[in-house]
Design a protein around this ligand. Structure first.
Ligand code: PBG
Length: 328
């Protein structure tokens, strides 16, 4: 049907009509809130490039977790900043490590909230790399066993789901086997399946103190130029036993989210990363964009592209908007 028989504007005429034909509706159920845990008590260090986010001691992590839960957000993701780093990232799989303790405490105080953990070594290795360094290379296979240990230690602490973000080959299979071996066959794996080597991680590395000390992550994270490779990475992780496939970052990769959504029947998550958050906050602080509106538009487009879950630093702000009845 062509103009003038069809007029697209007819159904945009009133708020009621617009609501009736709206295809993508955000809810707090869509969000997973990332939190940064550090040792101490009463600690709440602002992260300069991520206004509204903090490195927090466990008492404050529990408060943030409770706030998220009360707003209807179903899950958080905990990242740890350990007191010391070493070549083998031993603090990552210490049973009394910062993440392990934070998980225990949150599960204790806010049992209904799902607690996910980031499984990686980069905050814990003195090299700042996501794997073990051997002869100036990031060694794949010797890293796998350590990642499996990290995942099992998180599960033992009570984590509801583990999310490996290291991008080593074969880690999903290795982690699945290790969890099963320890009778954690009920613990799902959210794979950072399609993780690009992105400049949008800048503020996170400041927050988590995890920037690489030499080189960059191009030998393990994906080239932003590639999309067929994304399908290959996702397919491998499906075969190895992933329960959820994540694409990261989100906004410059909406095409990838869409393709992964088409390609698989597993749930798809997208990580709306630190740099994406920082740009909006900075623009809003300058008065150049309406931060709230831009936030809602971005989150809506990530969901529209096909993500069922969005890891986002906006989770609390967006849930508050939604709970006020503001859909966009
Ligand atoms: C750890 C990890 C990173 C992020 C999540 N897990 C950083 C990186 O790969 O350097 C980035 C998250 C963000 O930017 O918000 N491997």
């Amino acid at each position: 049907m062509l103009f003038p028989d069809y007029r697209a504007r007819r159904m945009r005429e009133s708020d009621a009509f617009r609501r009736m034909i709206r295809e993508t509706i955000l809810t707090p159920d869509d969000f997973i809130l990332p939190l940064f845990a550090i040792s101490g008590k009463g600690v709440k260090n602002p992260i300069e490039s991520m206004p509204g986010h903090y490195q927090q001691s466990i008492d404050n992590i529990v408060k943030s977790a409770k706030e998220a839960f009360d707003l209807g957000i179903p899950a958080i993701m905990i990242f740890g900043i350990p007191p010391k780093k070493d070549p083998l990232g031993t603090q990552a799989y210490n049973k009394d490590g910062i993440v392990q303790k934070a998980v225990k405490e949150v599960k204790n105080k806010v049992p209904g909230l799902a607690v996910l953990t980031d499984v990686c070594l980069c905050q814990y290795t003195d090299s700042g790399h996501c794997g073990i360094v051997e002869k100036n290379r990031i060694d794949n296979d010797s890293t796998l066993d350590l990642l499996a240990r990290v995942a099992v230690s998180h599960a033992k602490a009570g984590a509801d789901m583990v999310a490996p973000s290291d991008m080593m080959d074969g880690r999903i299979g290795e982690i699945r086997a290790a969890l099963d071996e320890e009778s954690f066959d009920n613990i799902p794996i959210m794979s950072y399946a399609v993780k690009y080597c992105s400049a949008f991680y800048g503020p996170f590395r400041q927050a988590a103190e995890s920037a690489p000390k030499f080189g960059d992550r191009r030998s393990y994270q994906m080239d932003p130029a590639n999309s067929k490779e994304a399908i290959r990475e996702a397919t491998l992780d499906v075969q190895e036993g992933a329960d959820i496939l994540m694409v990261k970052p989100a906004l410059s990769y909406l095409d990838i989210i869409f393709q992964i959504r088409e390609e698989t029947d597993l749930p798809v998550a997208a990580y709306n990363v630190s740099g994406e958050y920082a740009l909006v906050k900075a623009g809003a602080q300058m008065g150049w964009v309406d931060g709230t509106k831009v936030m809602m538009e971005m989150l809506t487009s990530i969901k529209r592209a096909g993500a069922e879950m969005i890891l986002t630093y906006f989770a609390v702000d967006a849930a508050k908007e939604l709970n006020k009845g503001n859909l966009r």
